[in-house]
Write a protein that binds this ligand. Structure first.
Ligand code: ATP
Ligand code: MG
Length: 258
């Protein structure tokens, strides 16, 4: 569409502290519409926190978070709920509701947030499950699925509302290399099929370079690098280079152990 904005998400000098501890100390980041941005960062650096700020589940202490040119920081509950219908979230541990079948897990947002008739909802559920290759699991309970299958169902649920933006928190963590590749390919094909922007948080380098069109690195409360994957690979920044190489020598461990 011609009126779609060029920037999906923008953060400006975002600061956030939990109790006394400053986790984000001035994060600035622009996510171009339809890009797939991979956010890299150490465990505990605040990656999940960034995603929660975008969803408006957390308010920053300072700075601004924008989605589609609208200020998330200033939205009331009604506008936040409306905005969240445009954002799909894929959680680190799938977060499926264990007492509901796969079909009912996927149908839930449609039943709660739309007035679509059951037949149409079933059709949408089948369509999304087919996209992730899980059509056969429709009537299964989450406990009957393997970790990789649960992740795929989590992906299908994340896109059930045809979101403009999909947030992935560690989509391949703990999966075997083959299933990880399947998930990576799904992230790419889903973003293309439904025309969505994606923000993917991960510390798995192979996945990162496979799916990213853009990369950003969160370190000590700030985005210290934002570039193309090629730019990251060639980076002279010692933190970026160490993180990508998974090296024990370099500034990262020195900073956390000193
Ligand atoms: N609700 C909260 N209350 C207090 N502290 C929190 C809260 N949420 C996160 N934190 C702290 O903020 C820091 C960043 O957490 P976050 O979950 O964003 O890290 P992360 O980069 O996603 O880590 P991981 O890679 O391990 O998932 C951590 O030190 C964590 O303990
Ligand atoms: Mg996290």
């Amino acid at each position: 569409m011609s009126d779609s904005p060029k920037t999906s998400v923008e953060m400006r000098e975002v600061r956030l502290a939990f109790d006394e501890k400053e986790i984000l100390t001035g994060v600035s980041l622009a996510v171009p519409a339809l890009s797939r941005l991979v956010v890299l960062g150490q465990s505990g650096s605040g990656k999940s926190t960034l995603l929660r700020l975008i969803l408006g589940l957390l308010k920053p202490n300072a700075g601004e978070v924008m989605f589609n040119g609208l200020n998330v920081t200033r939205m009331g509950r009604l506008r936040l709920n409306r905005m969240r219908q445009k954002i799909g979230m894929v959680y680190q541990y799938s977060a499926l509701i264990s007492s509901l079948s796969v079909r009912d897990n996927l149908a839930l947002p449609l039943e709660e947030l739309t007035s679509k008739p059951r037949g149409e909802i079933d059709q949408l559920v089948d369509e999304k499950l087919t996209m992730v290759g899980m059509a056969d699991a429709r009537d299964k309970m989450p406990a009957e699925l393997s970790g990789g299958m649960r992740k795929r169902v989590g992906l299908a649920r994340g896109i059930i509302m045809d979101p403009e933006l999909i947030l992935y928190d560690e989509p391949t963590a703990g999966l075997d290399p083959v299933i990880s590749s399947v998930i990576d390919e799904l992230i790419i094909s889903l973003s293309e099929k439904i025309g969505a922007t994606s923000i993917i948080v991960t510390h798995e380098m192979e996945s990162a370079f496979k799916v990213a069109t853009h990369m950003a690195m969160l370190y000590q409360g700030k985005i210290i690098a934002a570039d193309t994957p090629e730019g990251f690979k060639a980076s002279n920044d010692p933190v970026v280079a160490q993180f990508i190489a998974g090296d024990t020598q370099g500034p990262i461990l020195q900073a956390t152990t000193s």
